[in-house]
Design a protein around this ligand. Structure first.
Ligand code: P6P
Length: 339
């Protein structure tokens, strides 16, 4: 059956080039590298059960978490591909303590923050996992790139996206011109436009949170979770509880169907668990471009100035009316506590 009417990722980027604020060739070359790396990691994820790449690598990452073999492979594949693009000066990866300065690219314009394989605790049980990326332009060329060049507010991202290795493999991204999703057609090994101009519903009926931590949540979040479970026909409650424990999978479902994902601050994790540079910021850019919201509970995620490459942030992200309601309850309780 001839493939007709398919728009590949590469064609889409070429077609949109005239609209990009960015220098056109550079971003296209970066996306070509991301696409290649995604296909390689997808191949390895799909055969993980067959080849001895499951299980722990025996090393730990910057956060003291066991590194799964696929974590390490994905990290190496994406760093190699992005280095070869010739457009990236420095890469911040969840798997590397320090920035990776790309040799010979000291004068290149772009910085990339990446979570090479998010949700890796789900690898061995065949649940959806994914890669998250965030792209910035360097602001200072007076000297070779430094770590501080990488700590820009999320609102300065020039592009962000993720690849979800799920029942199908999809690449979803934004350059500030809306959000578009591409599904990998294995038969031709091309990412093809399948979800043009994604808009997330203003209201949803799904709440996603690890209720195992409920006792540690701020009182306002305890009240909001209770609110989600109450019966109220007029507001479509109770909402459905959906939590996979893989940010990309939970985020992607809520982006398409509507809903809210929460990872609050707790006593154990006073800044929440998710990392600002390569988890919260890219997802916040995407959700805002899709008409949703992303809050720390006290402000917009994209306005938060990073002070540490691997810092964490509390996050409430998804359908705008649900985030409003959640943050209102959190704030009300804080004001009660603080007055
Ligand atoms: P918890 C995966 O390890 C991850 O970083 C995210 O993908 C996911 O949303 C979160 O942690 C799950 O954390 O504490 O609920 O297991």
């Amino acid at each position: 059956m001839p493939h007709t009417g398919l728009i590949t990722l590469e064609q889409f980027i070429v077609d949109q080039q005239s609209l990009y604020k960015e220098s056109r060739g550079s971003l296209s070359r970066i996306f070509r590298s991301l696409e290649l790396a995604a296909k390689v990691v997808n191949r390895d994820v799909r055969k993980a059960g067959l080849v001895d790449i499951l299980g722990n690598h025996g090393s730990t990452n910057t956060h003291g978490e066991d590194q799964k073999k696929l974590d390490v492979i994905a990290n190496e594949v994406f760093i190699a591909a992005l280095s070869k693009s010739g457009e990236v000066a420095v890469i911040i990866s969840e798997e590397n303590d320090d920035p990776v300065f790309i040799e010979g690219c000291e004068n290149e314009k772009y910085i990339i923050a990446i979570d090479p394989l998010d949700g890796s605790s789900n690898i061995d049980v065949n649940a959806s996992i994914g890669t998250i990326f965030s792209i910035y332009r360097r602001s200072n060329f007076a000297q070779p790139p430094t770590a501080s060049d990488c700590m820009q507010k999320g609102k300065h991202q020039v592009a962000a996206g993720y690849i979800i290795y799920g029942s199908s493999t999809m690449l979803v991204y934004t350059t500030g011109l809306g959000v578009n999703g591409f599904t990998l057609d294995d038969s031709i090994q091309e990412f093809c436009l399948s979800h043009p101009s994604i808009q997330t519903p203003k209201d949803g009926k799904i709440f996603s949170v690890n209720e195992g931590n409920l006792q540690d949540f701020p009182d306002g979040i305890k009240r909001y979770v209770q609110y989600c479970k109450e019966k109220d026909k007029a507001t479509n409650r109770p909402y459905g509880a959906r939590y996979i424990g893989s940010l990309i999978a939970d985020f992607h479902r809520n982006l398409l169907k509507g809903g809210i994902f929460m990872y609050p601050a707790t006593e154990k994790m006073p800044n929440g668990k998710l990392r600002l540079l390569y988890e919260c910021n890219p997802m916040a850019f995407i959700v805002e471009q899709a008409g949703g919201q992303a809050s720390t509970g006290t402000g917009r995620i994209l306005d938060l100035l990073p002070t540490n490459l691997h810092q964490r942030a509390p996050i409430y992200i998804g359908s705008s009316n649900m985030v409003d309601q959640c943050v209102q309850m959190l704030t009300e309780d804080d004001s009660l506590v603080n007055n």
